[in-house]
Write a protein that binds this ligand. Sequence first.
Ligand code: TZP
Ligand code: MG
Length: 223
Amino acid sequence: MSFDLSLYLVTDSTPAILKGRDLCTVVEEAIKGGVTIVQYRDKTSDTGDLIAMAGKLHQVTKKYGVPLLINDRVDVALAIGAEGVHLGQDDMNFAAAKKLLPEGSIIGISTSTVQEAQKAISDGADYLGIGTMFATPTKTNTKSILGTAGTQDLLKAIGDSSVATVAIGGINHSNVQRVLYQSRCDAKGLDGVAIVSAIVGAESPKESAAEFARLIKDAPVFA
Ligand code: TZP
Ligand code: MG
């Protein structure tokens, strides 16, 4: 399945970010603003609630032809027929997920080192989530803060691969163009940015997403 990582929304259901709003409404507004792909990420709900919310989100994303990926949980993705999953280094391994999911499903892998990135590429990952870009209160148990220099080093090391890449962590309107510009090397640039709080926590998720879309389109260098 073809997919566009340019403005990748990762959801968050914690009160500090969602502020009591309805997640489906927030996601729909963000898609109207220009989000190109959505990951349902929820570290606290039980399995029944995850499946119920993922199903509702899928109704929304399908309406706009935007892929929905499920964080961590291949079983939840299977239960609702999501377009794919996003897996971290401690989640189900790539080969097992590939075996379980229907052909054409999107599998993204979190990577923070060259070694992890090379392994994900040789496994056959559809895209790499690269991070953490900048320290962020949204995820405090991050392994390493790469910054744009660390991200560029990682992209250099995998420059001969055509794998898609998206950066995550602390990305906002003020730094998104710098993230795209400073991370790229001659061989490879980021295909997009993944955002949590700067969209989900924004007063208007739609306007925030639209501003990101504009900044990304106008970024001095965009792969
Ligand atoms: N993985 C690395 S940082 C992060 C995740 C899920 C959270 C990014 O959140 P925010 O609010 O966009 O900084
Ligand atoms: Mg995970």
